[in-house]
Design a binder for this molecule. Structure first.
Ligand SMILES: [Zn+2]
Length: 398
């Protein structure tokens, strides 16, 4: 019984420690008295817990606040430079590694392009990125956050399936923990992007939002009432393989007619290149074979009908999918991220138009669909945010 009590006491203490840290993180600059008021803990406990965080270098005193009669209170905040997190974006074309501070700022980044590595080579590349970033870190490293495409079990750190990297049932989390001796969090790349947008993106108007990442694939990251919603098997938001088109185009998942076969950047650029070949007059004609979303958007701006059709078609297919997500969840804020953002305002307009005619008008009218900040590090930053929220108990809410 005594051991049980001791364990419970330690748990309570750890819980309170995280609660205090989270409260300071969310409400900084704030005072010990305000933290006590907000958490319901006694001022004595708060003072002790704050002292521990000060000693650990996580919290710092930043001057004095306004006096409410007595002595002006000392203000506290979480020192953004107290720790660095290694955030990794295990993309389908390049791997990006970044050192990220506790406010989501990228301090250093490193990018490794590759051409179809084997499963083992891909893991080795990740080890190299981590080793290199660790060497150049200027602060203590809190851990490693990884965002990867595919089906990921966040709890066990297993990548069930990442088609482009040839990974199946890969225990990436445990592998990284073992090699580097650091805590590791792994999430699907769209989930990571959602965390980055929610925690560090544009000012939050609601506690729920859906981030749709459109790049080589299409996936959604869902934040519900301030928490990342990952579903029973960490596969929430896997909308890229829901049937969308006339069921003729083969998808890399083995099915036909998936949303990805019309709405992904890969599909849209392939379609643009194909149409350009058959229509020599098209502005899309690209001898280097390196069409980009921006190039298609530019041609559309200059009146190219082919480019316009490609953008409108991709946007409409995505808008129809968003109508389903919006109606199921009653989330009214959608942010579009990924390389498809390069298709620009015309693409966004097509998404919005289709959403409006595919959902209850009352709901669609109050739904906000926007292009996200176009940071190329969004997945790496989001993956580091996941690690940070877990290790420090920091909330997703600001
Ligand atoms: Zn598919």
């Amino acid at each position: 019984v005594r051991q049980l009590t001791k364990a419970t006491h330690q748990q309570t203490r750890a819980y309170n420690q995280q609660l205090v840290l989270k409260t300071i993180y969310d409400h900084a600059p704030t005072s010990r008295a305000d933290v006590a008021r907000m958490t319901g803990l006694t001022r004595t406990s708060v003072s002790q817990l704050v002292d521990e965080s000060l000693a650990a270098g996580l919290v710092e005193e930043v001057g004095r606040g306004r006096s409410s009669g007595g002595k002006a209170p000392i203000l506290l905040r979480v020192d953004p430079d107290a720790r660095e997190i290694i955030g990794l974006d295990v993309g389908e074309r390049t791997f990006v590694g970044a050192l990220v501070d506790l406010r989501g700022h990228v301090k250093q980044r490193l990018e490794l392009p590759f051409t179809r590595p084997s499963a083992e080579e891909a893991v080795e590349l990740i080890h190299r990125l981590v080793t290199h970033l660790r060497r150049s870190a200027e602060r203590p490293i809190l851990g490693i956050g990884v965002g990867t495409p595919g089906l990921v079990d966040t709890r066990s750190g297993t990548v069930h399936w990442a088609v482009n990297l040839d990974w199946q049932e890969l225990p990436l989390g445990p592998l990284l923990e073992k090699r580097h001796g650091l805590p590791v969090s792994i999430a699907n790349d769209s989930h990571a992007a959602a965390l980055a947008e929610f925690m560090f993106g544009s000012p939050r108007k609601a506690d729920s939002m859906v981030v749709i990442k459109v790049g080589q694939g299409v996936g959604a990251g869902i934040v519900l009432e301030g928490r990342l919603y990952q579903g029973d098997g960490s596969a929430a938001g896997e909308i890229g393989h829901v049937g969308a088109a006339d069921r003729t185009l083969p998808c890399r998942c083995g099915s036909v007619g998936c949303l990805e076969t019309v709405a992904s950047v890969r599909a849209m650029l392939e379609r643009a290149a194909g149409l350009a070949r058959s229509e020599p007059a098209s502005l899309l004609h690209d001898p280097a074979g390196a069409l980009s979303p921006a190039a298609v958007a530019d041609a559309a701006d200059r009146g190219d009908e082919t480019a316009r059709a490609v953008i409108d078609e991709g946007g409409r297919a995505l808008g129809a999918a968003i109508a389903g997500v919006m109606s199921a969840l009653d989330v009214r804020r959608f942010v579009l991220v990924g390389t498809a953002v390069g298709f620009g305002e015309r693409w966004l307009a097509a998404v919005r138009a289709e959403l409006t005619c595919r959902a209850l008008r009352r709901l669609a009218a109050t739904t906000d669909v926007q292009l996200g900040r176009s940071s190329q590090d969004i997945v790496a930053v989001g993956a580091s945010a996941l690690l940070m929220t877990r290790e420090l108990g920091l909330s997703l809410a600001r």
